[in-house]
Write a protein that binds this ligand. Structure first.
Ligand code: ASP
Length: 412
């Protein structure tokens, strides 16, 4: 049976508007920014902490119980394969789109070149591709859960599910315990989500109060190009893929996703938004066992919005240094930004750190990141919204494909 339309959606929207209006008002007061930072931001942090607290048990139990309910290890492989292909293709498309839009904006002289003299930015130590792969596998069953290292939590959850399946009758009790905990944590998640109108207001208010004046500065054109990229990507790629492959109309998809998108916009954290993304995609018809695997994976490795941001910033920063990117440079950016999105954690500001890797790959000075760092949060709100929307589109599509596969298998 279909549940009622998400009744909280409207309230979250009201919270978003009220928080933004309060932020704009505080911006105009002499001590307003301090008030927003000291007295309002902590409540936003409490809300985000609660969401982060519930994320690890939700991922652990829902993936494990998803695997158990699939009843067949090979089905996990088939879901995983489709998911990774969708994620990689859409991310590569996102970078290409960003490079085209930013190059056009540059050709039209929309970007104001900024002075690059004396810029400083120390990129964190890079990790090689092999290190990244090794880091997916936990050497300990507890630490990844405590530190919320998502890819390792996913591996633990999958192994737990496989273990229960392979143990057969003897694993039944463990399976029941996992599914019972899964239900319990879903209920806790529901409780936390009920706080979201207030949480969203407290998250957005300090962001508006702190960033308001800077956004109107010289970076407005870069910001605009990134947001045009975000919107075009969602309108073209997600609309067409959910309609063609997922059997959901684009309007219904975006309406159903609105609560999660607003949460992503105000929190700038894909991982923090995960409880919302799960809830919304299930309401859009995604199967729970598929969504509980595809979404946590996507919150960690699928970052289309981040890829768009990186493409746009690479072109902008290069232009500030008087560099023109060749077609070869652009191809390198597509590759590195797609890989960088795999290594980007779903937390605020992570995409900016990975931008260093993209710039280095084509010899653009990484200090250029300092040019866009001041308003990173404003880029981040949009890119996180796109990141989680892409994850949900994949969950809906892969679920539909699984439906078809199972229907075929039943007919045989
Ligand atoms: N904040 C983004 C996310 O959570 C990652 C990024 O900084 O690009 O999806």
């Amino acid at each position: 049976m279909k549940r009622k339309q998400f009744p909280l959606a409207l309230w979250i929207f009201v919270g978003l508007l009220a928080g933004a209006a309060a932020g704009a008002a505080l911006m105009c007061l002499p001590n307003g920014v301090d008030i927003a930072k000291s007295y309002i931001k902590p409540f936003g942090t409490i809300f985000l902490n609660l969401l982060k607290f519930v994320v690890v048990p939700i991922v652990l139990f829902s993936i494990a119980s998803g695997v158990i309910s699939m009843g067949d290890i090979s089905r996990v492989g088939s879901v995983g394969g489709k998911t990774v292909v969708y994620y990689m293709c859409t991310t590569a498309f996102a970078v290409i789109l960003a490079l085209i839009l930013a190059s056009a904006a540059k050709a039209m002289n929309l970007f104001t070149p900024l002075d690059t003299a004396g810029l400083e930015y120390a990129p964190p130590e890079g990790q090689s591709l092999m290190d990244t792969i090794v880091a997916i596998f936990p050497s300990n069953a507890v630490t990844p859960l405590a530190s919320a290292t998502m890819l390792q939590v996913i591996v633990i959850s999958l192994l737990l599910g496989f273990g229960v399946l392979l143990a057969g009758d003897k694993g039944r009790v463990a399976g029941d315990v996992i599914s019972s905990f899964n239900e319990v944590f879903l209920k806790i998640m529901d409780l936390i989500i009920r706080l979201s109108p207030l949480g969203v207001a407290c998250l957005i208010c300090p962001v508006v109060a702190e960033n308001g004046p800077q956004v109107l500065g010289k970076l407005a054109a870069v910001l605009l190009v990134a947001y045009v990229g975000y919107i075009v990507h969602a309108a073209v790629v997600y609309s067409s893929s959910v309609a063609a492959l997922g059997g959901v109309s684009p309007l219904a998809f975006f309406r159903g996703m609105a609560p999660a998108m607003m949460m992503a916009f105000s929190s700038a954290s894909s991982v923090g938004t995960l409880p919302f993304t799960l809830e919304c995609s299930e309401r859009l018809g995604a199967r729970r066992e598929v969504a509980s695997f595809v979404l946590p994976l996507g919150a960690t490795i699928n970052m289309d919005g981040t890829a768009i941001y990186q493409g746009v910033c690479a072109v902008f920063i290069a232009s500030c240094y008087g560099m023109d990117l060749t077609l070869g440079n652009m191809a390198t950016i597509v590759l590195t930004a797609t890989l960088a999105s795999v290594g980007t954690a779903g937390v605020p500001g992570a995409g900016m750190v990975m931008l260093a890797m993209v710039l280095q790959s084509v010899n653009i000075p990484v200090e250029g990141i300092a040019l866009v760092a001041g308003i990173d949060r404003v880029f981040d709100m949009g890119r996180t919204t796109i990141n989680i929307t892409g994850d949900a589109a994949c969950a809906v599509i892969v679920s539909k494909m699984e439906d078809r596969r199972l229907a075929k298998a039943e007919k045989k």
